[in-house]
Design a protein around this ligand. Structure first.
Ligand code: KIV
Ligand code: ZN
Length: 519
């Protein structure tokens, strides 16, 4: 019989992923992402770093309360106050894990921690022992492990396992490793840490040199049985290893790796879209597994091959990852029941009120656009239906713009049944629109990120705009879709305005961890 070891998936989208500049999510969004991760079958969800701020603490706490099928992890430095915060936040969890870390590389020990190697070993052991008072499931990460001296790393690992760590994680914190070397590191750990069979070896790779997935897989090939990763590969700097790529590589090349995961892969695209929506980070069209072009064949030769036999050019089936493709779903004459049933097939359940709104938008769209695809439906539902209370709604928009004139707009917004009008000029038509919106709402938003993507192909395709806006130190994301890109831009901005009005506070600038401790 072929070997098929289980590889545990430890998702850190809500912790390391959220550390990506500009990616912060509010509590409701984090909980929704956690629920999506649970639905996918993620083994461990790292929900945050509880000591860092009240917002982080509360998010870990609520995720610990609501999620029942995945283990919930909270991160802590190797100091009591962090471990206390993690233990407290994880109290309601059915299965909780405290994840403690401490750097072990010479660079970090000498320059950042200013401790002796013996002191580091003692701190790591003390932290694991202390965490074990609260929880049986303790993970230890020697930060910057891939640049640590091997003999010292073996020593730390042996001691933390002795102290009670059940998982030892080997982070490539700065994305420095290369696959062969990193795989060998895991192999050497297995052969040089005497009690290693008492712990699961985990890996945690960053993508600074674009090798995080390859490094993680090389580690699995050499015995790692937990992979830490994020949806869409988001994370600190260049990001973390992408979960969808790891999972699909293990599944597609099971013949080579002899391992599998418990992930329900058909949930991948849906979860990817959710994370993209809440972080405001668009997924590149050519991104493996979840990019819009990942299953599209442009060349005639390829299309012909796929029509004759899909495996000629497809190593995975689009439906295996929940890729909806360009299924032509509904036309101008389709009714509400047809819309409801297609949305259900796409995994979107709406209440009656949301369905009325979705249907209105669908009719509106099918007047402007000959063909309405699955992607169009997902875009309108995500952007305009399942969102927060609409304090401000776009009533109408008139734009005058050209090569030799200063862009000018007149915007009408509706709020509580009353229509408000303002005109504004700006550097470009979108800038002018945002000025006019700010003038009406009296909220001053600072645009941090703006991205636009075509939802489908062709000249009549909808544009989907994602924005991140800073309102008084709170980062809020917004999404809007329309066949008119200026209208989509205004809708995205208004979506962010409405979230800000709903008081959906983000932690953003509120990150208040005491890094004076320098751990
Ligand atoms: O990259 C890293 O080293 C980390 C640790 C806290 C696991 O994120
Ligand atoms: Zn990391």
């Amino acid at each position: 019989m072929k070997k098929n070891d289980k590889v545990l998936i430890f998702d850190t989208t809500l912790r390391d992923g959220e550390q990506a500049p500009g990616a912060s999510m509010n509590q409701r969004e984090k909980l929704e992402v956690a629920q999506a991760l649970e639905r996918m079958g993620v083994d461990i969800i790292e929900a945050g770093f509880p000591v860092i701020s009240k917002g982080d603490f509360d998010s870990v706490n609520i995720v610990a309360k609501k999620i029942r099928n995945s283990t919930i992890a909270g991160l802590a430095r190797s100091v009591k106050k962090d471990i206390d915060a993690a233990a407290e936040a994880l109290k309601p969890a059915k299965r909780g894990r405290i994840h403690v870390f401490l750097a072990t590389s010479k660079i970090h020990i000498e320059h950042k921690l200013k401790k002796s190697p013996d002191e580091i070993v003692q701190m790591a052991v003390d932290a694991v022992k202390y965490a074990r008072n609260f929880c049986d499931d303790v993970e230890f990460s020697p930060e910057d492990a891939s640049r640590s001296e091997k003999q010292f790393l073996y020593r730390v690992l042996e001691q933390v396992i002795k102290a009670g760590a059940r998982t030892v994680n080997i982070p490539d914190t700065v994305g420095y490793a290369v696959p062969e070397q990193y795989g060998k590191l895991i192999f050497d750990i297995k052969n040089n840490v005497p009690n290693i069979n008492k712990a699961i070896i985990s890996v945690h790779c960053h993508d600074d040199l674009g090798m995080s997935v390859a490094n993680s897989l090389a580690a699995v090939k050499n015995g790692a049985r937990q992979v830490e990763c994020t949806i869409n590969g988001i994370g600190e700097r260049a990001g973390n290893a992408s979960m969808e790529e790891i999972v699909m590589a293990l599944r597609t090349r099971q013949d080579y790796f002899g391992c599998s995961t418990g992930i329900k892969t058909a949930e991948i695209c849906r979860t990817s879209r959710l994370v993209s929506k809440y972080t405001g980070f668009a997924v590149a069209p050519n991104k493996a597994i979840v990019g819009g072009n990942a299953f599209r064949h442009e060349s005639g030769i390829h299309q012909d091959g796929v029509l004759k036999e899909p495996t000629t050019y497809e190593i995975m089936r689009p439906e295996d990852v929940g890729f909806t493709g360009l299924g032509l779903v509904l036309g101008k004459h389709s009714g509400r029941a047809a819309l409801k049933s297609r949305l259900k097939e796409l995994g979107i359940e709406l209440n009656d009120q949301e369905l009325v709104k979705a249907f209105e938008r669908f009719k509106d769209l099918s007047d402007k656009k000959k063909e309405v695809f699955d992607e169009d439906l997902i875009a309108i539902v995500e952007a305009e239906v399942q969102e927060v209370k609409e304090t401000w709604a776009l009533e109408s928009l008139v734009v005058t713009s050209g090569t030799k004139i200063k862009p000018k707009v007149e915007i009408k917004l509706k709020s509580a049944g009353k229509v408000h009008v303002k005109s504004a000029t700006g550097d470009g038509p979108i800038d002018a629109c945002y000025m006019a919106v700010d003038a009406i709402t009296e909220l001053k938003g600072k645009l941090i990120n703006y991205g636009i993507q075509s939802v489908t192909q062709g000249q009549d395709a909808q544009g989907e705009v994602r924005v991140s806006v800073n309102f008084d130190g709170n980062k809020v994301t917004g999404i809007g879709a329309s066949t008119d890109v200026i209208e989509a831009s205004v809708k995205a901005y208004l979506n962010a305005v409405n979230k800000a009005c709903a008081g959906k506070k983000n932690k953003g600038a509120a990150k208040s961890v005491d890094f004076g401790l320098q751990l």
